[in-house]
Design a protein. Structure first.
Length: 344
């Protein structure tokens, strides 16, 4: 793709999210969401393939439907209250907007489009959809936090973590597994929004760090579980670090991924929701199972030695210069919990 076109699309993608996050008017927020959708579509079809075209079409239809629901709810709100301010929303309007944002994010029960789209695009585009594309809808949830129905949010959070864990058990494609992992983490994010916005900020930061650290090495080594199993001779260190990152993504202590789950469970216990906290904790077990299955496919079934031949039969892998830093952050940030929690 032409560098000028690519830079224009990236600038438009960044600007659209910033417009939505900084707006106080429903029409401006809707405009930012639509611009955000249109900016990511060329990236999904960069590699011309029928699956990529299908993924772009599905993504466009789903995101446009969600944006239309937001426009309908905001118009109804303006009709009832006489103003377009995001901070002044009626309960019915907030409920409709919550459903629309859940559709945009890919949270259960409106999640079925998400794995299909991630499977049809490249790993780097999947990373962009899984991280940056969630910021603008989450910002709208932040701004309407005082009007949200917290019971519905907690129920959606529990449903997302359950479906994200159970549906990922029988998957073999790496991007599909990461899609259901993202749905499960989205459940924790929605739960955190119902409890504390500042805790949601920390959870989102940790989610983006862990997801980036997982996607970056996998982007050059694997498309399914069997590919991961043959990636050991290329870079044993990278593969080992990637598997430890997967354990962090599952929330195992003493890795960084344990931090947001720990704080959310603490907040739920203090709020008087021990049963819901226990159920959320149990729903992480299926997710942890397929992370451990990935680790088993790589480190436990492959001999811990590189090939003795001078020339490897696979192309040499190339990693970006930030891969090592992201992996280290995904493993070693747990001692910084107090500082990060106080900062956010």
């Amino acid at each position: 793709m032409n560098p000028l076109i690519w830079s224009t699309l990236i600038t438009s993608l960044l600007a659209s999210s910033i417009i939505t996050m900084s707006s106080n008017h429903w029409l401006l927020a809707w405009f930012g969401l639509e611009l955000n959708t249109l900016s990511i579509l060329p990236a999904t079809t960069k590699h011309w393939h029928p699956r990529a075209t299908e993924a772009a079409t599905k993504y466009f239809l789903v995101q446009t439907t969600a944006a239309t629901m937001i426009l309908l709810a905001s118009t109804t709100n303006a009709w009832q209250t006489g103003q377009w301010a995001i901070m002044h929303s009626t309960p019915i309007t907030t409920l409709g907007i919550t459903m629309a944002i859940m559709l945009k994010l890919g949270a259960a029960p409106t999640h079925m489009w998400y794995p299909h789209i991630l499977q049809g695009v490249t790993m780097n585009t999947a990373l962009l959809i899984s991280t940056w594309q969630k910021l603008a809808p989450l910002a709208l949830l932040y701004m309407t936090h005082n009007h949200l129905n917290h019971t519905i949010l907690l129920a959606l959070g529990l449903l997302s973590t359950t479906i994200g864990g159970l549906a990922g058990l029988n998957q073999t494609q790496t991007r599909t597994i990461m899609a259901f992992s993202s749905i499960a983490h989205l459940g924790w994010l929605i739960t955190a929004i119902a409890l504390s916005p500042s805790l949601t900020t920390l959870t989102m930061m940790m989610y983006m760090t862990l997801t980036t650290a997982t996607f970056m090495p996998l982007a050059t080594t694997s498309k399914n579980m069997l590919d991961i199993g043959t990636a050991w001779p290329l870079s044993p260190t990278t593969l080992t670090a990637s598997m430890i990152t997967l354990m962090s993504l599952g929330g195992l202590p003493p890795l960084t991924g344990f931090m947001p789950k720990w704080l959310i469970l603490k907040e739920m216990t203090l709020t008087g929701l021990p049963l819901l906290a226990t159920l959320l904790l149990l729903t992480t077990l299926p997710s942890l199972f397929f992370y451990i299955r990935l680790a088993y496919m790589t480190m436990l079934t492959i001999a811990p030695a590189t090939t003795s031949s001078e020339h490897k039969w696979r192309t040499k892998t190339t990693h970006t210069k930030y891969t090592a830093q992201m992996i280290m952050a995904s493993m070693l940030l747990l001692p910084m919990t107090t500082v990060l929690y106080a900062t956010t």
